[in-house]
Design a binder for this molecule. Structure first.
Ligand SMILES: [Zn+2]
Length: 362
């Protein structure tokens, strides 16, 4: 079987197909002149997929207490729970994995042709040691922060959170430009007025508690206009911010897209935490209404504060966190912990001509 790089989304698989160095036509998605992988000639992907598939247990070997709703075929599991394949159907995924893992398929066909489940997901001892959340659910974690203990919770495994963050590091080079908007008058604000508010005037945000200043920037002017929720006929001052040194941020919008094939990553541990990682991603990107309570921010503030606290040689490891923009689907924001990493180099005033409302009857 011949498939190509375009059949995949996974950040570890695509470079391996590139390294095979063969260009041709894909038998699955029919792309032409693309890097291809021929399962008759190559075996670089075999170990990776075998390792992932072997974390699952055939349904007949699962304990009776294992919930039937969590049992499914491997092709469905890979299709719906993992971000490995690019728009491929379950039957195409089945075809790819049975060819990549052809020997394994020969001596353990039950993993591919019969239902499977992730046994450890319901093993108390395993979960206690390897789950990101000891409360077992995200909702339990949020509730504990809101009403039990805000600063010293035991409900999250910080060592594990640190590990997951290390897989989604995103470097930015000195000179990269970001934007910040403020609703203003026609004459606009000066560069000095475009930075983060001082601590005594800092209100709470997704990545900062009240009283702790944080510089929120966006990837484009378009995103800032959405983020400040500019209305028709408003004037908005847009500041351009230039990064003054190379930095690394934690790209939280990828926290649920971590590749299971990263060399040092424990596939099984990753699999049992997928639900929690999805929740962190959803929570970071959740739209908040004006009427929402500041307590709705506590979980993301807790995670951002932890990331901010990571140090090596008395220097912060991460400059901030990146998350997707709720207001502009294709855009993203970064929350920068230390605003002196940026300099406002330019300001421009925009007049909003019109805006479009998308609605749904409740
Ligand atoms: Zn393809």
């Amino acid at each position: 079987m011949i498939f190509c790089e375009k059949c995949f989304l996974d950040s570890e698989i695509i470079p391996i197909i590139h390294e095979c160095g063969e260009i041709g036509e894909c038998q699955i998605c029919h792309s032409k002149n693309v890097y291809i992988y021929n399962t008759d000639k190559h075996d670089e992907l075999t170990n990776l997929f075998e390792e992932l598939i072997s974390i699952f247990t055939p349904a007949i070997l699962l304990p009776d207490t294992f919930p039937k709703s969590e049992i499914r075929m491997i092709k469905s599991e890979l299709f719906s729970n993992w971000n490995i394949f690019n728009r491929r159907t379950e039957s195409e995924i089945y075809g790819i994995v049975t060819k990549v893992c052809k020997e394994r398929y020969e001596y353990s066909p039950e993993l591919f042709d019969s239902p499977i489940g992730l046994k450890e997901l319901y093993e108390t001892d395993y979960i206690e040691e390897h789950s990101l959340l000891t409360t077992k659910t995200w909702e339990g974690f949020v509730e504990s922060l809101k009403s039990k203990n805000r600063f010293h919770t035991h409900y999250i495994n910080l060592q594990l959170l640190d590990k997951f963050c290390s897989y989604i590091r995103k470097p930015y080079k000195k000179g990269t430009l970001f934007y910040r908007g403020r609703i203003s008058t026609e004459s606009g604000y000066s560069k000095d007025d475009m930075g983060a508010p001082p601590n005594d005037r800092a209100s709470e945000g997704r990545a900062n508690a009240k009283g702790i200043s944080c510089l929120y920037l966006a990837d484009s002017i378009e995103t800032t206009l959405h983020e400040v929720r500019a209305g028709a006929f408003d004037y908005v001052t847009i500041g351009t911010f230039e990064l003054l040194e190379d930095v690394i941020v934690v790209d939280l919008k990828r926290i649920n897209l971590i590749s299971p094939f990263i060399f040092e990553l424990d596939c099984r541990e990753h699999a049992i935490n997928k639900e929690h990682l999805n929740k962190i991603n959803n929570e970071m990107g959740k739209a908040l209404r004006r009427s929402d309570s500041p307590l709705d921010y506590v979980a993301t503030q807790y995670i951002s504060d932890f990331i901010k606290s990571r140090e090596r040689d008395n220097k912060a490891v991460y400059a901030g966190v990146e998350y997707k923009s709720v207001m502009n689907e294709t855009g993203y924001n970064i929350a920068i912990f230390d605003e002196s990493l940026f300099k406002c180099t330019d300001v421009e005033v925009y007049a909003i001509k019109n805006i479009t409302y998308n609605k749904q009857k409740i």
